[in-house]
Design a protein around this ligand. Sequence first.
Ligand code: SF4
Length: 218
Amino acid sequence: MKVTPKLLLRVYKALRTKYGHLKWWPGDTRFEIILGAILTQNTSWTNVEKAIAALKKRGFLKVEAIHQMPERELAGLIRSAGYFNIKANRIKHFTNYLYQTYHGSLSKMFQRPGNLLREELLAVKGIGPETADSILLYAGGKPFFVVDAYTKRVFSRHKFFRVTSSYGQVQAFFMTRLPSDTRLYNDYHAQIVNIAKTHCFKNQPDCDSCPLNFLFCL
Ligand code: SF4
């Protein structure tokens, strides 16, 4: 199937019409969104929420507080997110980078041009493309399309690309066809996650009631 920019927008409109704007990313501050992006690696969002709540309850959802906190203490507080030692280490690597490069200021960090900041984030231990792009898009308001396993599952089923396509290939697929629009990228990714969780299951997708089943008729 030839996937035109118009078709990709039609897909988004079908999802948006059905579910409305999904108002991602859940989080009150940019730092909370960044922590969520790291904590959500290999775990469900419910578990992330518990970890964030534990930090919030103690007033630790601040860059300086996390930067000064011993790594072991942080690991204990985020235990519910799973892989807590690894994730505490990743969070500390991020705050170390933030202090060394931007004196702990997220505002200064996000003043950096998107492509250059993306390279810096990818050089921080434990931050891969999906986490970096989630930070850039949802915390920084920069137009980078976020790709995940759901994106590959949903659209490979319609032969937009292969399920084995790389992160960069899938991201380029969207970013070369869609306008460079932060608000669109924000909600498009949210809609993909939502449709994967409600219809496009790993086994036995529920196509009959899915708003994207028109794609089979094209
Ligand atoms: S559930 Fe079916 S129609 Fe919906 S996105 Fe998945 S494969 Fe397509």
